[in-house]
Design a protein around this ligand. Structure first.
Ligand code: FES
Length: 101
């Protein structure tokens, strides 16, 4: 298990999201009222950038075709069979980090 730093918390105010490349992969990281969440940054529909979507409450809307996901779990809002990978987050030295296997 590796702890991978994604972004400084000062760069991710509440209600915002970012796309981050780390460990050779793309991640989407979100701040929902001070709670940080991370998903695979590649939308499971057709590869859109989930870190560049619109975040409202705990739901992100993919900018390509509008699929919506709960950022805490990666679960699609309407189709329970669709899920984006999610990663546990930790704060360390002012950085939002994720745990990768
Ligand atoms: S690529 Fe995300 S909704 Fe189509």
């Amino acid at each position: 298990m590796a702890l991978i730093p994604l972004i400084d918390i000062t760069e991710l105010p509440p209600g915002t999201c970012r796309e981050v490349v780390a460990a050779g992969r793309v991640f989407a990281v979100y701040n929902v009222d001070g709670q940080f969440h991370a998903l695979d940054g590649i939308c499971p529909h057709a590869g859109g950038p989930l870190g560049k979507g619109t975040l409202r409450g705990g739901v992100v809307t993919c900018p390509w075709h509008g699929w919506q996901f709960h950022v805490a779990t990666g679960q699609h809002c309407l189709n329970s069979r669709v899920c984006a990978a999610s990663y546990p987050t930790e704060l360390l030295h002012g950085q939002v980090c994720i745990q990768l296997d």
